[in-house]
Design a protein around this ligand. Structure first.
Ligand code: HEM
Length: 71
C-alpha cells in the first residue's frame, strides 16, 4: 500500500486494472471488483482513509497466476 494513492486505489476498484493503470493487467478472481465498483466515491474514500492509516509493511507479493478456463 506504500506505493498507492487514493486515486490509484479508486481507479483500480472502478476499472479492474492493477493499480488502476490503463494498461495494467486485469485484477484476478476472487477479488470482486465488479461488485465493489458500485460503491460511492464517499465510501471508497473512507475505505482508503482506513487503509492509509495502517503503517505499510515490506511484503513481496507472489507473481499472479492467470486462470486456466476448462474447455
Ligand atoms: C471492500 C472490499 C475490498 C477492497 C476495498 C479490496 C481491495 C483490493 C485491492 C486495492 C486490490 C489490489 C488490486 C490491484 O492489483 O491493483 C485487491 C486485490 C485482491 N483482492 Fe480485494 N478487496 C476487497 C474485497 C475482496 C474480497 C471479498 C476478496 C475475496 C474473497 C478479495 C480478493 C482479492 C484478491 C485475490 C486480490 C489479488 C488479485 C490480483 O492480484 O489479481 N478482495 N483487493
Amino acid at each position: 500500500m506504500g506505493e498507492w494513492t487514493e486515486e490509484s486505489f479508486i481507479a483500480a476498484i472502478r476499472t479492474g486494472k492493477h493499480q488502476g493503470q490503463p494498461n495494467g493487467r486485469a485484477i484476478l478472481p476472487p477479488m470482486p471488483w465488479e461488485v465493489i465498483r458500485e460503491t460511492t466515491d464517499e465510501d471508497l474514500k473512507a475505505i482508503w482513509a482506513y487503509l492509509e492509516s495502517i503503517p505499510p509493511i515490506e511484503n513481496a507479493v507472489p507473481t499472479p497466476v492467470p486462470l486456466k478456463m476448462e474447455e
